[in-house]
Design a protein around this ligand. Structure first.
Ligand SMILES: Nc1ncnc2c1ncn2[C@@H]1O[C@H](COP(=O)(O)OP(=O)(O)OP(=O)(O)O)[C@@H](O)[C@H]1O
Length: 268
């Protein structure tokens, strides 16, 4: 393995550490063009099972667009998306989710009037294949409720009966992660989980996300809080003007001159 700094257009270590297993998630030459604008440009990288890759880059670099291509929200202009070695490029959003691709969004996607528990319970119920129903007083032993309580414990959220809309931003993000866990994802895409979160809630939310990683989840996370990314990620991918300009360990990324230039506006 070379110690040479990564340069634009030739990202080092685009693939995960070689474990011999199929990548949990892989994108090959992924591109998105709107009119004449190339918003995502031939991005290639792979995430190993259990690996945590952080995605950073200046505003407008194409990070959310990349997530939208992976999760099927934007139609791709070129390239491929593979989940555990299976090509899901042509699959619908729902089919990708069913295949194990879970995603949170920058903006909240909760049922604000329903309780915290009910939000997770609905997600669990959908996963279990049951009818979608809101039950104010679920039976004891109800499987979906058990799962909801289990996932709420995982994200350290105890306000089970509070209306989701009344939670702080930090707790809303925890709730969204619990809802995601209820869908039993193989790969978790977190889109700016710290966005709008009070600084006092950042450490707690960071620990929840660290817990996901420790429990073996494969995570790809876009986040502007560089310190959070550097503290959580096994590798960091850097996007700039739609290109993946580097993907490497946090230490190497911090020492990478191309990355520094991108943040200071020096990369054309
Ligand atoms: N549907 C769209 N149509 C046209 N241009 C778009 C569309 N969506 C995004 N863009 C443009 O693509 C570029 C990349 O946007 P994107 O939201 O992916 O960047 P980002 O890195 O996630 O930015 P931020 O960190 O500010 O969220 C921006 O210039 C944006 O204006």
């Amino acid at each position: 393995m070379s110690d040479a700094p990564t340069t634009a257009g030739t990202p080092s270590r685009p693939g995960p550490p070689d474990t011999g297993a199929a990548a949990a998630l892989e994108v090959r030459d992924l591109s998105w063009q709107v009119g004449g604008a190339k918003i995502v440009r031939e991005v290639t990288f792979a995430v190993a099972p259990g690996e945590f890759v952080g995605v950073i880059g200046p505003n407008g670099a194409g990070k959310t667009s990349l997530f939208n291509l992976i999760s099927g929200i934007n139609p791709i202009s070129g390239g491929r998306v593979l989940l555990a070695g299976r090509d899901i490029t042509g699959d619908s959003i729902a089919a990708r989710a069913k295949a194990g691709l879970g995603r949170t969004f920058q903006t909240s996607s909760l049922f604000p009037r329903l309780s915290v528990r009910e939000n997770v319970r609905i997600a669990a119920q959908q996963q279990l294949g049951g009818n979608l129903s809101v039950v104010r007083f679920p039976r004891r032993g109800d499987r979906a409720t058990e799962l909801a309580d289990q996932h709420l414990a995982t994200v350290d959220l105890t306000k089970h009966d509070t209306a989701a809309g009344d939670l702080s931003h930090g707790d809303k993000r925890k709730l969204e992660i619990a809802m995601l866990l209820a869908t039993d994802p193989q790969v978790i895409l977190l889109d700016e989980p710290m966005a709008g979160v009070n600084s006092s809630d950042v450490p707690g939310l960071t620990e929840v996300i660290r817990g996901l990683h420790r429990s073996g989840s494969t995570v790809l996370m876009v986040e502007h809080h560089i310190d959070v990314v550097l503290g959580l990620a096994d590798r960091v991918a850097v996007m700039h003007h739609g290109e993946l300009i580097a993907i490497d360990s946090p230490d190497r990324i911090m020492a990478n001159e191309t990355v520094q230039s991108a943040y200071l506006g020096g990369v054309a």
